[in-house]
Design a protein around this ligand. Structure first.
Ligand SMILES: [Zn+2]
Length: 251
């Protein structure tokens, strides 16, 4: 469980505490006020915090978003004014609780739309990310909650990533990159770090799909490429590819 908040605020005599659903509603109202660009920054900072450290440098954000560091600084200051991030010059940025919750709301929408596109409209897993990038900015909470129910509350998106619930709770399961595995070890392929169409198309071509059991049979010392095998075939992948494939229950 990544986080779970319960706030207890004294209110009137009749009602001693504001209940959690009201607080979520207040957050939800605030969260819906952000622009598309602001939401994309929150999502990017959330991802970078997870991959690197708690404080993310503006240069790192600039390289991820593919923009100038000066534009990042301007945006980050704007986000800080809205209490979404804490920005310290020369040190970096980190999300506040409100920023984190807002990022998770966008991620929830993105991943639910990806499920909808694959399950209900029969898109392939390599076709949905870019469409979900557009759909994730839909404002209606009601629509997203109904979509969640319609899909029967899926826990994972088509790329194996966990979907936050309506309260912003997310269950992160432990997985390991192939690049961290030893020769002879094996596990179940459960997710990708890169969900771009080009990477997923590569996996299609190589006949690798979520749920496959993968074993490392050798590592080439010269270029760190990996010889792997599934139930049906053997292949060699580069260390970059190995780094982007996540496995669970590695033994
Ligand atoms: Zn995606």
């Amino acid at each position: 469980m990544e986080f779970f908040f319960i706030l207890r605020l004294p209110t009137s005599k009749n009602q001693e505490y504001l209940d959690i659903s009201k607080i979520i509603f207040i957050f939800a109202k605030k969260i819906n006020m952000y622009s598309q660009a602001e939401e994309n920054y929150l999502k990017t900072i959330y991802a970078l915090e997870k991959d690197f450290s708690n404080e993310v440098s503006t240069n790192l954000i600039a390289s991820k978003i593919k923009t100038k560091a000066s534009s990042v600084t301007d945006m980050v200051k704007k986000l800080a004014n809205k209490d979404l991030v804490v920005y310290k010059k020369y040190q970096g940025v980190y999300l506040t609780e409100l920023g984190r919750l807002s990022a998770l709301k966008v991620i929830r929408k993105h991943r639910l739309w990806e499920c909808f596109l694959v399950q209900k409209l029969q898109f392939n897993w390599d076709e949905v990310h870019d469409i979900a990038e557009q759909l994730e900015h839909v404002k209606s909470e009601l629509l997203i909650n109904k979509l969640d129910a319609f899909l029967r509350y899926p826990k994972l998106d088509p790329h194996g990533d966990p979907i936050p619930d309506a309260h912003g709770r997310i269950i992160l399961s432990k997985s390991m990159s192939i690049s961290d595995m030893k020769i002879g070890s094996a596990g179940t392929f459960v997710g990708v770090k890169d969900s771009s169409a080009t990477f997923l198309k590569y996996l299609n071509k190589k006949n690798l799909a979520l749920g496959d059991k993968i074993r490392v049979i050798d590592i080439e010392p010269f270029d760190n490429s990996y010889h792997i095998e599934t139930k049906t075939h053997r292949l060699v992948i580069t260390s970059n590819i190995a780094d982007n494939l996540c496995l669970k229950n590695v033994k």
